[in-house]
Design a protein around this ligand. Structure first.
Ligand code: BGC
Length: 770
């Protein structure tokens, strides 16, 4: 029997059986926000409860989903929950995503107005700023825009670990390191939620690939889960209390995350004290009753079959109604905070101009200068530039899928440089633009939501004489390499991580032509994740990693190339020499073939720099690396004690010894003694970015280490334990450029935290060991 029919029958029967029906009808039912939530839950019918824990659905047309739904309040939003007017429960609105409010920019029957949103720099760029205050300020502006567009919850930030460079959604995520990921997420959540709207940290957890993401079983040791894949979420929950968490599609060690009470209740709520509610990813998981039971409070986007399944489980006793009530109460406890509950009158008029300025500043802080031979940059004057590479003209602001934003415009690199007073060689620009326009016209975007590997316009190759003419008349030459990826597909090694033959040949040719004429060539990387650089970096003079910088892209590239802004970003992900050097290369994306059912995380905790530094594999550019137009000197490090009791501080002074003002990102790594457990050569335990230091100016930074910073996860004891012995503090300008070290000892083993024995793999994993 379908839910509605059954419920009508049950409710009618119940009303007749439970006297006095008249009193019921006459008294005002408890109102959300006025009566205790528990009383509201008690007053709800079974139908109302089920309708609240299942979203209101999603429209479909043809093959692709039409984003936007339900009461139509915010067309293009990803989902809604049901309103129950008699109890004062409003409908609430959920929209993607991590890099901006993804809603329909044009509305049918409303030609008077557009609804474009700010495209912020992608997560990977924000993390490269290492600046938590800056990321919070992005969150604050972002939050006000979310609210102004009538949205209650933004479906972000994305914060999965960048385990492997081929993950198609890495651009949405922050880092290969959980400390960076956790504090970036906490900062943006704090910023967004300061505006009275909610966030959804996602995808909880271990959603580190797109290949068969909906059902792949990620097989991970308890230690790697605790130290790497859960740690960032733990930091975000403890430091920001996001209103919601989105469970992921995949399984971990045999169980769908959305059906896993150990993950969603024992860890998330009991250990970390999460106070909000958990929602599924869209159509995620399988067993609806198991989801409700596990504490996956809301099923999104919602559908009749989910409601039916919950009802059946309640009827046959496999689901306890107390579990349903608990989930309902958690959702209501958050709904009372929403703008919808407060009947906020939204303007649909965010201050896009002010937000563009915030986006520009943020992007400038996260771009990374990777190479700058013979001080090629900053450019000495606003001269004449020859711009090569499609992405110089069709600059990529962000990735695709639910992480895409309809911003209305992207400032291309060509445009940005012209805005800054540079002149660009127009015949060359004309050729590129004509070629790109023709390609785009031949391959129009079919749906607003691109799923799968996005199609890129094949790289244009100007004729040899056009190259020569352009370089002859230019002061400098720029080549922009573009990459895009997104939800629904992972990247490939050939032609994506590795450059195509066309790109390799073009870089070689341009470099040769430039150097033959005594001119310099600068490569701008407009990418969302690592590419191979080692084979061509010696051919070019400078490399700027611009990432996918959001709508202000070109203006920001110009800010850095011109020297208006001194670059201060550093890598939050390692760039390997070759893909095969990645610790997960052999196991990604799992087996068998293209639709892997299993993905074994054999590298254990040795992810990113933890692997490269412990196993002495030289990367192309190490974690934490980034150049500046100035230089910094580090003082020796001073520890508050050499015997750790409960706390220790490490103090260091950084001085700008160069000629221009700049900011430095200072990193504290710790090497812990291997007692009963192997330990990485170094692990990031603190980071700080100096203020803008003028030449000669210094800043002292105090890092603080608590017992948790010393501890590793001991599986047999199900505990975080700091082992007795000698610890080395390493203060670095990157994970490889250690500037100052100091030792301290921990006299006795310290059990820092005992946790639940949960999430064990079904069979032991033969993990990588040093
Ligand atoms: C994505 C989520 C997104 C949701 C709603 C899913 O396909 O994985 O990140 O928030 O769709 O659009």
């Amino acid at each position: 029997m379908k839910l509605i029919h059954y419920l009508t029958a049950v409710c009618t029967a119940a009303t007749t059986a439970i006297a006095p029906a008249t009193t019921h009808a006459q008294s005002e039912p408890p109102q959300l926000g006025h009566a205790p939530t528990a009383a509201v839950v008690k007053a709800m019918t079974l139908e109302e409860k089920i309708r609240l824990v299942v979203g209101t659905g999603m429209r479909f047309a043809g093959k692709g989903p039409i984003i936007g739904e339900a009461d139509g309040r915010v067309p293009g939003a990803a989902g809604n929950t049901m309103n129950i007017d008699r109890l004062g429960i409003p409908a609430t609105v959920y929209a993607d995503g991590p890099a901006g409010v993804r809603i329909d920019p044009i509305r049918h029957g409303d030609s008077s107005k557009t609804y474009y949103a700010t495209a912020w720099p992608v997560g990977t760029l924000l993390a490269s700023s290492w600046d938590t205050a800056l990321v919070k300020s992005v969150g604050t502006a972002f939050g006000s825009e979310i609210k102004d567009y009538g949205v209650d919850f933004i479906l972000g930030p994305g914060m999965n670990i960048q385990r492997n460079p081929l993950n198609g959604r890495n651009f949405e995520y922050y880092s290969e390191d959980p400390l960076v990921s956790g504090f970036m997420a906490a900062s943006i959540v704090n910023g967004i939620q300061s505006q009275g709207v909610g966030t959804s940290i996602k995808h909880f957890a271990a959603n580190n690939q797109e290949s068969n993401r909906n059902s792949v079983n990620a097989i991970i040791s308890e230690r790697a889960l605790r130290e790497i894949y859960l740690r960032g979420f733990e930091i975000a929950v403890k430091h920001a209390q996001p209103w919601t968490v989105m469970s992921s599609y995949n399984k971990i060690n045999g169980t769908y995350t959305s059906e896993n009470a150990d993950l969603l209740t024992a860890i998330l709520r009991d250990e970390w004290a999460f106070k909000g509610f958990v929602m599924t990813d869209w159509f995620g998981g399988h067993d609806r009753a198991a989801q409700v039971r596990a504490g996956n409070d809301l099923l999104m986007p919602g559908g009749q079959n989910q409601m039916d399944a919950i009802l059946t489980a309640l009827k046959n006793g496999s689901l306890d109604s107390a579990d349903l009530d608990r989930n309902v109460e958690r959702i209501l406890n958050i709904i009372v905070k929403t703008p919808s509950f407060h009947k906020y009158v939204f303007s649909s008029h965010p201050d896009l101009k002010a937000h563009a300025a915030v986006a520009r500043k943020a992007a400038a802080e996260g771009m990374i200068l990777l190479q700058n031979n013979a001080s090629t940059l900053p450019l000495q004057k606003a001269g004449i530039l020859a711009l090569f590479g499609n992405a110089s003209y069709a600059t990529i602001m962000g990735g695709t899928g639910s992480g895409e934003v309809h911003s209305g415009y992207t400032i291309s690199i060509a445009q940005g440089l012209q805005n800054a007073g540079f002149r660009i060689i127009t015949p060359l620009a004309g050729q590129y633009q004509q070629y790109i326009q023709a390609d785009q016209a031949a391959h129009p975007k079919k749906t607003p939501l691109t799923l799968g590997k996005p199609r890129m316009t094949p790289e244009y190759v100007p004729a040899d004489n056009a190259i020569a003419t352009a370089i002859n008349s230019a002061d400098e030459v720029i080549y922009t390499l573009g990459r895009n990826a997104g939800e629904g597909a992972d990247r490939t090694i050939t032609g994506d991580f590795n450059l195509t033959d066309t790109e390799q040949t073009l870089i070689g040719k341009l470099a040769q032509a430039c150097h033959a004429r005594g001119k310099k060539i600068i490569v701008v990387l407009n990418i969302g994740g690592p590419v191979e650089i080692a084979s061509w970096k010696d051919k070019v003079d400078a490399i700027l990693l611009a990432w996918q910088p959001g709508e202000q892209a070109g203006n920001v590239v110009a800010d850095i190339l011109s020297g208006a802004v001194n670059p201060s970003g550093k890598l939050a992900v390692t760039f390997p020499v070759k893909y095969e050097d990645e610790p997960s290369a052999k196991d990604f994306p799992g087996t068998p073939g293209d639709r892997p059912t299993e993905s074994v995380y054999r590298e254990g905790v040795y992810v990113g720099y933890r692997y490269f530094s412990t196993f002495h594999v030289k990367p192309a550019f190490p974690f934490g690396f980034g150049l500046s137009y100035t230089q910094f000197r580090y003082s020796p490090v001073q520890l508050s004690t050499t015997t750790f009791q409960n706390h220790l501080t490490a103090k260091i002074t950084v001085t700008n010894t160069g000629k221009v003002a700049g900011r430095e990102i200072v990193q504290l790594y710790l090497h812990a003694p291997s007692g009963s457990l192997d330990k990485p050569a170094e692990e990031l335990k603190g980071f700080a970015k100096t203020r803008l230091l003028r030449p000669g100016e210094s800043q002292t930074i105090n890092f603080s280490l608590d017992p948790q910073a010393l501890a590793s996860f001991h599986t047999n004891a199900s505990a975080w334990i700091a082992e007795a012995g000698k610890y080395k503090v390493m203060i670095g300008a990157s994970s490889e450029a250690i500037k100052a070290t100091a030792d301290f000892t921990l006299p006795k083993d310290l059990t820092v935290e005992k946790v639940h024995k949960v999430l064990a793999p079904q069979t032991p994993i033969d993990e990588l060991r040093p």
